[in-house]
Write a protein that binds this ligand. Sequence first.
Ligand code: G3H
Ligand code: 13P
Ligand code: ZN
Length: 315
Amino acid sequence: MIVSTKVLFEQAYKKYAVGAYNINNAEQVMALFRGNINSKAPFILQLSKGARSYTDKRLLEAMIRAADEIFPEAIFAVHLDHGDEENCYDCIDSGFYSSVMIDASGEEFEENIAITKRVVDRAHEKGVAVEAELGKLGGVEEHVSVSEADAKLTDPEQVEEFVKRTGCDSLACAIGTSHGAYKFSGSQGLHFEVIEKIAELLPGFPLVMHGSSSVPQDEVERINAAGGELKGAKGVDEDEIHKAGKMGVTKVNIDTDGRLVWCRVHREHFRDHPEVFDLRPAGKVFMGEYAKYIEHKNEVLGSAGRLEEVRAAVK
Ligand code: G3H
Ligand code: 13P
Ligand code: ZN
């Protein structure tokens, strides 16, 4: 059942965080649903601009509709990740999305507000929620690359005005993470003092953490042992993710970890079975492994076992 992010956030706020997982293909969709059903967790399925154009947005959306039928017990929201204005309007008008993210975080404060407000006005007319971003994460996404020098933590002084003037429904904050597999060079971690300050200024308002992959070191080692070259890859400590969830970080975005599972499974599979050229055996292993990853992550987030509570709230 596709639901609004609003109901998911109301249920979760300061109790647990909802996993928001990026999806690109059929194997990821199947494993994501299986993993969440197995751990009885509500979840957010998110599609980036790159994911929507990788095969075709209609194919991806049709797969999600099909998964909704295949797994009728699932409760989830469908979200556009890192949209520009054009992507947001496309998703809002489609009637399929629970929420969109307008990412104008690369703009100056006033311009970020103006763009976000335009999207909020149009989204709210159609009952679609909006995630906005204030501050600048470091790291690389398909369409944006922000160097560490340009990354900027969210300024708590700006959050109240930003939320008030834009009317956004949730806020992505830069709190020390970055996108991709190379988040920290040393022992850095989340800036809990920033989370605490923002949550204090915006009580009850759902905060979003991007760049939340934990980059499991055993995955990195296995990838490297099977021919990969991921030197110095490092992610967010899972204890820190759990703690952030109790402080108001209600949506936790994860993409890279899923890619690592995919990479490890396929590298090992073709290393160990050089005679194989069929795509399905490796795809099957991947679906099993990614579902297991989702189950584990939902335990970390605290969303595991919350499905029936949420079902009662949406009835
Ligand atoms: O934050 C970005 C997500 O990891 C999506 O990445 O734009 O390469 O699909 P993508
Ligand atoms: P990771 O690169 O840490 O998985 O972050 C994903 C993300 O923030 C998607 O918006
Ligand atoms: Zn992101």
